[in-house]
Design a protein around this ligand. Structure first.
Ligand SMILES: C[S@@+](CC[C@H](N)C(=O)[O-])C[C@H]1O[C@@H](n2cnc3c(N)ncnc32)[C@H](O)[C@@H]1O
Length: 249
């Protein structure tokens, strides 16, 4: 149940700090400024998450060259290519799918990106970036919602852990000094268990990643693609995290 925050305590204010503290034991204001008539630990599940800052994609991508991996329908890269602070000529967008296997939306977005001056390349494997990019280096490498589409263990590991570990190993060789690798995923115990970002970072020589909250609606036109019709749909989740990886100095 939401209430206009201006009506907090019926506009009367509080006689003392302890009165205000008591009031807040039974109410909380969410990130959209809405007042809830419930304590935070009894609020809707999406508001019970710990509060962490959002990653500032525009500031990070405004500096230097950026490589997007596994872009699916290319709508995330296209959204950023249109951002006023980002130079589309500095972006390279890639899909895992070959040109012949792109969806109609991906084909359309590829044309839009090219018309803005963005380099678009298809058939790029996150685990073998050197085969496409050789000795080209990037200041930022982004992989949004990586997902293999498989649940078949690989040598006893979850396939999504193997994808992330091998992607990080590969990305480490394509990063400029002080470069960053950015990965966003659904944040839930299931996904944390599948991806094991800290373990993958260690195996690939990165520092433990920093975590930021992610809100898909902050990127106009971004329509998330699923690897297949499984649990990678954003609609069925409401908490997302961006993990930011850096190599030791
Ligand atoms: C859940 S979709 C997300 C697509 C897009 N990044 C987005 O945010 O909408 C996962 C993507 O990972 C890609 N992918 C899976 N394995 C990959 C690999 N080895 N290399 C590059 N991309 C891969 C798939 O092709 C798919 O587009």
């Amino acid at each position: 149940m939401f209430t206009n925050p201006k009506l907090i305590n019926n506009g009367r204010g509080f006689a003392s700090i302890s009165e205000a503290a008591k009031y807040l034991e039974n109410h909380f204001i969410d990130e959209f400024g809405r007042l809830h008539n419930t304590p935070i630990n009894r609020g809707p599940a999406r508001y019970q998450q710990r509060k962490i800052a959002k990653f500032d994609f525009a500031s990070q991508l405004a500096k230097g060259s950026i490589l997007f991996i596994g872009e699916g329908n290319l709508s995330f890269c296209l959204s950023l290519a249109k951002h006023p602070r980002i130079n589309p000529f500095k972006l390279t967008a890639t899909t895992f799918e070959s040109k012949n296997n792109l969806s109609e939306l991906a084909k359309d977005n590829a044309l839009k990106l090219k018309s803005l001056g963005t380099n678009v390349t298809h058939g790029v494997n996150a685990s073998k970036l050197h085969t496409t990019f050789g000795h080209n280096f990037f200041d930022t490498i982004v992989f949004q919602f990586p997902h293999t589409g498989s649940r078949e263990p690989i040598n006893g590991h979850h396939p999504n852990f193997v994808l992330i570990r091998n992607f990080l190993k590969s990305a480490a060789h394509q990063l400029s000094s002080d470069g960053k690798v950015i990965i966003t995923a659904v944040d839930s115990p299931h996904y944390r268990g599948a991806f094991q970002f800290e373990k993958a970072a260690k195996a690939a020589g990165f520092l433990p990643p920093k975590e930021y909250s992610f809100e898909p609606s902050a990127f106009p036109g971004y329509t998330h693609t699923m690897t297949n019709e499984d649990d990678s749909a954003l609609e069925s989740h409401d908490h997302f995290t961006t993990w930011v990886f850096e190599l030791p100095a």
